[in-house]
Design a protein around this ligand. Structure first.
Ligand code: SF4
Ligand code: SF4
Length: 340
């Protein structure tokens, strides 16, 4: 991308994080974090609505009034659609040098290579988890001790993925929080209400799809395999501790890590070389495949599509995490309600 085509000058050290620019952007192309201003040039049309809202000079047109931000170049130059594809700029104040940051690709713009690394780490973690869970050592443990062994193994499974994400972010001079792509958004009450409504509607929709799918599959004689029937109360024990472990792992940790991996890294990396629709669909398919169950592929794919669409349109991972957590909460509650 030719630098002269970039329409904005970014000076994050001038930013007071009022987020008016984020609210003004019609394309959800802008993110403002504690230490950075991020522009996704694939989405940015160069309308300069953000620069008009910024009174501190943290964002300004390149050249022209951008002099207050120290910018130069073509005033108001619009991005060429092809040259903008797949890149972003994250301007950061003086911190540590972003090792490995290439050209104008900022710490939060994941590459396909990094997505492959994250998926490879997921595969390794998955194999290690299954080996430990199925080991004679764990199966011969006393039932209470075995529950703790399974919980520790699952926490390690997710911790390994978080560690890889953090390491990749660190290579770019970013933090583990950046690795999770919080994607700061304008938190207007209207926007928040819209996100809550969308999450609620999609939660009902995805759960209805799963219900209809399950009934249809069993109606045609395709019963779930034994592994899918295995109750959470069997894995974590039918006690209060079992419920707490289930909530911690299935409702909290899994949605956060899986959304960071599949929507935060994989979907965004694919979007850098294709359209967002393709990226959402491919990431949803990989997400469903990662659960290694043909029987659940369809409902998980639908959930992945919904989470991907939310992550893209709300410019944040949080609504997707909430949807994913709500989706996982129902089977946890049902499992323990039936036992208790
Ligand atoms: S409008 Fe300017 S000061 Fe406010 S968050 Fe955006 S860049 Fe920062
Ligand atoms: S110039 Fe780009 S980042 Fe700024 S408001 Fe317009 S589309 Fe959004």
């Amino acid at each position: 991308m030719a630098r002269a085509q970039i329409p904005l000058s970014l000076a994050p050290d001038r930013c007071d994080r009022c987020r008016r620019c984020v609210a003004a952007c019609p394309n959800a192309a802008l993110k403002v974090g504690p230490t950075y201003i991020y522009v996704d040039w694939q989405r940015c049309t160069g309308c300069l609505a953000c620069a008009k809202m910024c009174t501190t000079g943290a964002i300004a047109p390149r050249g022209g009034t951008g002099a207050k931000a120290g910018g130069g170049g073509d005033a108001g130059a619009r991005m060429g659609a092809t040259s903008a594809r797949g890149t972003g700029t994250a301007a950061k104040p003086a911190r540590r040098a972003p090792a490995g940051a290439a050209g104008e690709t900022g710490p939060l713009a994941w590459t396909l290579g990094e997505a492959w690394v994250v998926l490879a780490a997921l595969l390794v973690a998955f194999v290690l988890k299954d080996v430990v869970m199925a080991s004679t050592f764990v199966r011969q443990l006393d039932s209470d001790v075995a529950v703790f062994a399974r919980v520790a193994t699952l926490f390690a499974f997710y911790a390994l993925q978080v560690g890889v994400l953090a390491a990749l972010a660190w290579r770019r001079g970013a933090s583990v929080i950046d690795a999770f792509r919080p994607r700061a958004v304008a938190v207007s009450w209207r926007g928040l209400a819209a996100s809550v409504g969308l999450v609620a509607a999609l939660l009902v929709g995805t759960r209805l799809v799963a219900l209809v799918y399950g009934m249809t599959a069993q109606w045609v004689g395709w019963d779930p395999p034994a592994r899918e029937i295995a109750d959470l109360t069997e894995v974590f024990g039918p006690t209060v501790w079992g419920l707490l472990f289930s909530v911690a792992l299935v409702v909290i940790v899994a949605p956060i890590v899986e959304e960071a991996v599949f929507r935060g890294v994989v979907q965004d990396a694919i979007a850098s070389v294709s359209g967002h629709r393709v990226a959402i669909a491919v990431a949803a398919a990989i997400f469903a495949l990662s659960h290694v169950t043909a029987w659940l592929f369809a409902p998980l794919f639908v959930l992945g599509l919904a989470c991907g669409w939310l992550a893209h349109t709300r410019a944040s991972l949080l609504p997707a995490i909430w949807l994913h957590a709500g989706y996982n909460l129902l089977p946890v509650l049902v499992a323990f309600y039936l036992v208790w």
